[in-house]
Design a protein around this ligand. Structure first.
Ligand code: ZN
Length: 258
């Protein structure tokens, strides 16, 4: 895959809270997905489109997934309304090589749970906690330019235990005013694709306007860019070189127990 080709990004969200809650609409008038997409479009090498839950096939039908290098996912109140077919298609594309950036409550989305294979449950509280995210992997490309830590003045609390498999690498640990801690930034390899979970993003707070959160999104998309795209196959494989004559199984010496 060409290193100079644009990174094709699809930003997906439910786009429900914005239509129901004026507080959310005031922060994200065009939807959370559009705020994130605008941020990503500032990168000249990103080619960004959006999709949301209530579109036909959730906006991910046709060639959309096949033409997506990195899928950004924000879900919260309607995980169960995503079709199993779409969830399976997202999982398949990640196994082929597509990057998947799961944001905030996407920890409970069907595609993320399928990719993790665990409960993905968290402890939570809608509150006025301050969140302090500690950058514990300063040499990782996703934390570039972030510094030792950054703070979000108000956020929903997520606390451990977080029901995920042990990450390949842990990038951020959050501390909340209420005393909890949480693995807020973590990455996994799944098949040929990469997965990045990034915690902040409760809809009633302007988290996706926060400069360091936006920097992590940009860094994350760049790091999630696919290295390959390999479709699943389970082929019967002829030998590359002539094989020695087969010996009848009955002629083989008996080894082990009589
Ligand atoms: Zn939330």
């Amino acid at each position: 895959m060409s290193e100079t080709a644009p990174i094709r990004v699809t930003v997906w969200s439910e786009f429900r809270h914005e239509k129901k809650n004026p507080k959310v609409a005031a922060i994200y008038p065009d939807g959370i997905h559009e705020t994130i997409a605008k941020c990503l479009r500032e990168q000249p090498d990103f080619q960004v489109r959006t999709a949301w839950l209530d579109q036909p096939e959730h906006g991910l039908g046709g060639c959309v997934l096949d033409e997506t290098d990195v899928l950004v996912w924000w879900g919260h109140m309607a995980h169960g309304e995503l079709s199993d077919e779409t969830a399976a298609a997202v999982q398949r594309r990640v196994l082929e090589g597509m990057g998947f950036l799961a944001l905030h409550s996407a920890h409970y989305s069907k595609p993320f749970k399928a990719l993790m294979g665990t409960t993905c449950s968290v402890k939570w509280r809608e509150s006025t906690d301050k969140e302090r995210l500690w950058n514990i992997a300063p040499s990782h490309p996703i934390t570039r330019g972030i510094g030792e830590y950054f703070e979000i003045p108000k956020e929903e609390m997520y606390g451990e235990p977080f029901g995920i498999p042990t990450p390949d690498e842990l990038l951020f640990i959050s501390w909340f005013t209420g005393g909890e801690v949480f693995r807020s930034g973590a990455v996994w390899q799944r098949g040929h694709g990469r997965v990045f979970y990034f915690r902040p993003g409760h809809e009633t707070y302007p988290t996706y306007h926060h400069p360091q959160v936006r920097q992590v999104l940009v860094n994350g998309v760049r790091w999630l860019r696919p290295a390959v795209c390999i479709q699943d196959a389970c082929p019967n494989s002829p030998p590359l070189e002539p094989l020695p004559e087969d010996t009848e199984a009955s002629d083989r010496p008996v080894v082990g127990f009589k």
